[in-house]
Design a protein around this ligand. Structure first.
Ligand SMILES: [Fe+2]
Length: 392
């Protein structure tokens, strides 16, 4: 793992995320922001839950109050599908919308990104996966993201994950079709249930840990990741225990965004690499699958990531003075597993439907994943099988 003490040959690039407005109540400014960006008619991409509790209508009202026509497209479900994206594209094509607002968790934001990519390029999802859309002529629609969970950091990233009718997942990216602005309003996360707070919070934490410890070199990503780790460590359990603790909710929303910036610069690690394979074979929650895999990948990485796991121990408030780096790293690993256990997320893949006979297929899928390939210690196929067997 490269450290930067001497800055010898240091080389990296930064992909900075959109303009951000952060603060309790910030969503009230959505309409004015959309109008300032030239929006006249917006499609609000969201999920049935937020339609049911009236939040989608409230947010559409903010757009209308600013003189922007707004239609609600409230059909995005967890792990969004191309059927939902296709319907969203048709709504814009027939409705003449010139603006997209994504309101929700990572699913709504990801679906909105892919809707924008298809509208810009006219390409199929397979074509977008193969060659992207950033070379397409034309201008993408204006796009504001309003996340309502603290976890995916999707508002900060260029990537989006969608699946087709067969369940195959596509990870597509576009610098041009990510949100141009984000409104981070921690008030919107108050009503997120405890279990979802825990699983999305662990996703943010694992983004930060994975990006901080993989082989990619990017000191700005590292700064964001370290602060995200510190914030999650100090606030996730508070947010789970009392959903109305606005201070903890704010810290978690900031952590999620910072971790999103970190993965934009550096990517993830084998925890995500192995989890993506699981999610393509069983219907499960991202943060739960990650939680089950985390301890096993951390122990596998112990020596390779030792200086950084030692720093994670410090960021999580552990006293490692006088220890060797390897000992301090062990304390870091223990602290991370304790956080997961206290958050109460999934401890074993069998809890989410993974069966031992799936191991070989999972290993085939995970071995090719980019996140696996940039893990600080690259696992071979046999080691991936062993990791799955331990995690089941
Ligand atoms: Fe994730």
């Amino acid at each position: 793992m490269k450290e930067y003490a001497e800055f010898d040959g240091l080389a990296f690039a930064v992909t900075w995320p959109p303009n951000v407005t952060f603060g309790a109540g910030a969503v009230a400014g959505l309409g004015d922001r959309a109008r300032a960006m030239g929006g006249r008619k917006a499609l609000l991409v969201t999920d049935p839950g937020l339609v049911a509790i009236g939040l989608a209508d409230k947010v559409a009202g903010s757009l209308r109050a600013a003189g922007i026509e707004a239609d609600v497209f409230g059909k995005v479900k967890p792990n969004p599908t191309m059927a939902e994206v296709t319907e969203g594209v048709a709504r814009v094509s027939s409705g003449g919308h010139d603006f997209i607002v994504a309101l929700g968790g990572g699913s709504s934001i990801d679906a909105a990104k892919v809707i924008s990519m298809q509208l810009l390029s006219g390409r199929t999802i397979q074509e977008i996966e193969a060659k992207g859309v950033d070379d397409a002529p034309g201008v993408p629609l204006g796009f504001i993201a309003v996340p309502t969970t603290a976890g995916t950091g999707s508002e900060a990233t260029t990537g989006a994950l969608v699946k087709d009718a067969s369940g195959k997942k596509y990870l597509v990216r576009s610098v041009r079709c990510r949100p141009a602005q984000s409104i981070l309003d921690p008030e919107l996360t108050r009503s997120v249930p405890a279990r979802m707070t825990a699983s999305t919070g662990m996703d943010a934490f694992i983004h930060a840990v994975g990006s901080y410890t993989n082989v990619q070199v990017n000191p700005i990503g590292d700064v964001c990741a370290q602060e995200a780790i510190r914030l999650v460590s100090g606030n996730l359990l508070k947010a789970i225990e009392d959903g109305n603790d606005l201070s903890a909710r704010s810290a978690m929303m900031l952590a999620s965004h910072l971790a999103g910036i970190a993965i934009s610069q550096k990517g993830n690690d084998a925890i995500h690499g192995l989890s993506t394979a699981v999610e393509s074979m069983v219907d499960c929650t991202h943060g739960e699958s990650l939680s089950a895999l985390m301890p096993h990948v951390l122990r596998f990485n112990h020596e390779a990531a030792a200086p950084r796991y030692a720093q994670i121990a410090r960021l999580m408030g552990r006293d490692v003075a006088g220890m060797t780096i390897i000992e301090a790293a062990a304390v870091g690993i223990e602290a991370m597993i304790e956080l997961r256990d206290a958050a109460g997320t999934c401890r074993a893949l069998r809890e989410i439907g993974v069966k031992p006979e799936m191991t070989e297929r999972l290993a085939d899928l995970a071995a090719k994943g980019r996140s696996t390939l940039i893990n600080c210690r690259k696992p071979d196929r046999g080691e991936i099988v062993t990791l799955y067997q331990a995690a089941i």
